[in-house]
Design a protein around this ligand. Structure first.
Ligand SMILES: *Cc1c(COP(=O)(O)O)cnc(C)c1O
Length: 378
């Protein structure tokens, strides 16, 4: 351990940073492949809407100015959209920001933060960075087990993270069960419902009729916080903008540690414009439901299992040699996401792309499975 590491906080010393999906440029550099299909980070394959691009163009003239530190216009639009007060909103550089803020505000070293096995990787990272104790409850059929979570609450529990649906598993909780759970959690514990994939999951075509909108419960539960993002269905992952809704007293605390200009002027303009372009979001959501059907049907035909998902991604069980299959796909110019770091060494998580991208993935997967069997038999 070098002298600087020795001085780092106990949490940071043993912290492993978030592993993002492999960037397209990196694959081109390392493997010499061109024409890369990236299905690794749950981005929107349609990209941002033309309305958003025009709003961005409009913003270029003012780039010398600081953005509106309060994000008034965006907050006003979000308040109207959700029927909440502007004082309940905390804007972030992605929804990752408010997810981190809630831990920094409420969790001291040694306190407990709870989340499920196979839950989104940011939760353990945020917890560890705060030198807090992660309480990881066992999953039930890949999904969050609310009974196990209820049973694991202690006097030291400060925050419970629930991703609905969860990434990478795509599993979701129905409204009745989730609301009953939140009602059982002591009010001194913050419950964070992460709805990064809300727009996809609430599409009845994906088949989750009981999928709830947790923002509807904010009045009932002062300890509830809900996060949303522009990174997924809105196609703005590169601009980094998201937000949380909570009780105004909670938002006030979160906003105290929010860096003053954490949402830049391009992101603010794009987010505002994208909220108005409901047709574009709708197109992406419809494409997603359709392609979920195409991909899972094809995967089934190959004799593979998958975890039913209401996100814009699906985890496919490719067998013991998932790392080999992942690598074989890279050679074909197809980037998916290995999830061994989520305790899922047999699965690959695949983002649903455009039809032609998914077709390429499926063809490459067929070939990769054949060649990985040859490698194992050798
Ligand atoms: C993608 C994702 C997020 C959001 O990330 P941003 O910081 O908003 O880009 C949050 N939670 C989950 C579960 C996700 O998959």
């Amino acid at each position: 351990m070098n002298q600087f590491e020795a001085r780092a906080t106990s949490g940071v010393k043993s912290l492993h940073p978030y592993q993002p999906g492999k960037p397209i440029d990196e694959l081109q550099r390392e493997y010499g492949v061109t024409d890369v299909v990236k299905l690794a980070s749950n981005e929107n394959p349609l990209g941002p809407s033309p309305v958003v691009l025009a709003a961005l163009q409009n913003e270029f003239a003012d780039l010398a100015r600081y953005p509106d530190g309060n994000g008034f216009e965006l907050k006003q639009a979000l308040a109207a959209r959700h029927g909440v007060d502007m004082a309940q909103i905390t804007l972030g550089t992605g929804s990752s920001d408010p997810l981190e803020f809630v831990v920094r505000v409420f969790v001291q070293p040694g306190d407990e933060v709870m989340f499920s096995q196979h839950a989104f990787a940011m939760y353990p990272i945020i917890t560890q960075a705060a030198s807090a104790t992660a309480v990881v409850t066992p999953a039930n059929d890949w999904g969050h087990d609310l009974d196990a979570m209820r049973a694991a609450i202690t006097d030291r529990t400060r925050v419970i993270f629930i991703a609905n649906p969860n990434n990478p598993t795509g599993t979701w909780l129905g409204g009745e069960a989730l609301q009953a759970f939140i009602a059982d959690v002591p009010e001194r514990v913050m419950v964070v419902v992460d709805e990064a994939y809300f727009e996809f999951a609430s599409d009845p075509a994906l088949g989750a009729g009981d999928y709830p909108d947790a923002t509807q419960w904010l009045d009932r539960f002062p300890n509830l916080m809900v996060t949303r993002t522009f990174s997924k269905a809105y196609g703005l992952a590169g601009l980094r903008v998201g937000y949380s809704l909570s009780h105004p007293d909670v938002a006030n605390l979160l906003n105290r540690i929010r860096p003053p200009f954490n949402v830049n002027s391009l992101a603010l303009a794009a987010a505002c414009a994208s909220l108005d372009d409901t047709d574009h979001v709708r197109r992406g959501v419809m494409l997603n439901a359709e392609q979920m059907n195409v991909v899972t049907t094809a995967v089934k035909k190959m004799g593979l299992d998958f975890i039913p998902s209401v996100g814009n991604f699906v985890c496919i069980d490719v067998g013991e040699d998932a790392a080999v299959v992942y690598d074989a796909l890279l050679y074909e110019g197809v980037i998916v996401r290995p999830v061994a770091n989520y305790g899922m060494p047999r699965h690959l998580r695949v983002t649903l792309g455009r039809e032609e991208e998914n077709t390429r993935f499926l063809a490459a997967l067929g070939r990769a499975l054949c060649s990985s069997h040859e490698i194992l038999e050798r």
